[in-house]
Ligand binder design. Structure first.
Ligand SMILES: N=c1c2ncn([C@@H]3O[C@H](COP(=O)(O)OP(=O)(O)OP(=O)(O)O)[C@@H](O)[C@H]3O)c2ncn1[C@@H]1O[C@H](COP(=O)(O)O)[C@@H](O)[C@H]1O
Length: 108
């Protein structure tokens, strides 16, 4: 999972560094942050609509569009993918510690 995200993020970063003809990602960087944020908002709304309609395939497609546009936003803002993954890991470890605490609490 992280490998897939990292590979996609690396391609997005390379489009930012070296824009390619016909690249949608390069087009977004050329348009700038406001355009990218507008796309994030649109894809978020489309994800909600697909989820509400209960169509799994459509929802998966919209989630993928949303993640892609979020990663373009991160690249535009120079936020490394590792920062988000580290934050998710930190939260996971916190929850892990809480579970451990509850188990210990019951046992005593
Ligand atoms: N994962 C994606 C990805 N997901 C969604 N999209 C594009 O996001 C757009 C969303 O569709 P919309 O109808 O909402 O937008 P649109 O009308 O085409 O564009 P706007 O005028 O609204 O900006 C489509 O053009 C999709 O092709 C993506 N474009 C590129 N990638 C990946 O990005 C990498 C670089 O690709 P290039 O940008 O093609 O070089 C590759 O790994 C691609 O697979």
């Amino acid at each position: 999972m992280n490998d897939t995200l990292q590979t996609l993020y690396d391609v997005i970063l390379s489009r930012k560094a070296e824009p390619q003809e016909g690249s949608y990602t390069a087009y977004l960087f050329d348009k700038g942050l406001d355009k990218i944020l507008k796309k994030v908002g649109e894809e978020c709304a489309e994800t909600i609509i697909a989820a509400k309609n209960g169509m799994e395939e459509d929802t998966v497609g919209e989630i993928s569009d949303l993640i892609y546009h979020l990663m373009v936003m991160m690249a535009e803002l120079d936020i490394p993918l590792s920062a988000v993954l580290a934050e998710l890991n930190r939260r996971g470890q916190k929850i892990g510690n809480l579970k451990q605490f509850h188990v210990t609490d019951k046992e005593s």
